[in-house]
Design a binder for this molecule. Sequence first.
Ligand SMILES: NC(=O)c1ccc[n+]([C@@H]2O[C@H](COP(=O)([O-])OP(=O)(O)OC[C@H]3O[C@@H](n4cnc5c(N)ncnc54)[C@H](OP(=O)(O)O)[C@@H]3O)[C@@H](O)[C@H]2O)c1
Length: 237
Amino acid sequence: METAIVAGVGAERGLGAQLCLRFASLGLHVLVAGRTQEKLSKIVGMIEAAGGSAEAVCVDVTSEEQVQTLFANTPGTLSLAIYNAGNNTPGAIADMEASYFEASWRVACFGGFLFAREAAKRMTEQGKGTILFTGASASTRGKANFGAFTAAKAGLRQMAQALAKECGPQGVHVGHVIVDGAINGERVATRYPDYAARLEAEGLNLEGIVDAYEYLYGQPSKAWTFELDLRTSTENW
Ligand SMILES: NC(=O)c1ccc[n+]([C@@H]2O[C@H](COP(=O)([O-])OP(=O)(O)OC[C@H]3O[C@@H](n4cnc5c(N)ncnc54)[C@H](OP(=O)(O)O)[C@@H]3O)[C@@H](O)[C@H]2O)c1
């Protein structure tokens, strides 16, 4: 059995869920991992209805013990592990509570380390596998009012690059996908209703983003990409 773990899954029209649906359609048994059981069960139901194989795993990615249990209970050969958890945490640094900064870092960066460590141990033992991380515009640039988020996402990116260099020679491909702009999905539409109407024209297309993960997953070891950055044709970058 070839297995994939996707950590950070929620709404059906979210990147995590769409990654689960795609890789299940390619024949992988998918562990649909996130923190809200109801949302996870819905995605598993959709995969099974389409003839795929999946299981829901309720996990807080910031808990070392829970992440270790997630991997310990993962059956088969772990072919793919995707760390997608991340919350956009806006706020000016001068006004920011220390706990807010830390909580942002725990989800977007520290959890990525916990996940990466378990995936790397398992995959280097196997001598193969792919570990992918979801980045954002914040991964490569600081922006006013996003100090916490950008610190966390940039940390995740650099950790991923170090991991790529450590694991590559042992047959494990590590990649990072920068989603540079708002996704035309559920999170932005519900959190920022004023922007929702513009998303269709200005938001990144979920299918296109998922294609990028599939491309990285399918690369041969003599032509590996570490990073892809994705944006709409109209994004101001
Ligand atoms: N949405 C955008 O416009 C956008 C733009 C650029 C980059 N990104 C990045 O893309 C990724 C996915 O974004 P998305 O908006 O499409 O969301 P998504 O994939 O639908 O959901 C991400 C999920 O992560 C889960 N999560 C958060 N904290 C967690 C924790 N401690 N333990 C376990 N799961 C946790 C959330 O669960 P709950 O649903 O239960 O809260 C959420 O459903 C994120 O890394 C984000 O930074 C998003």
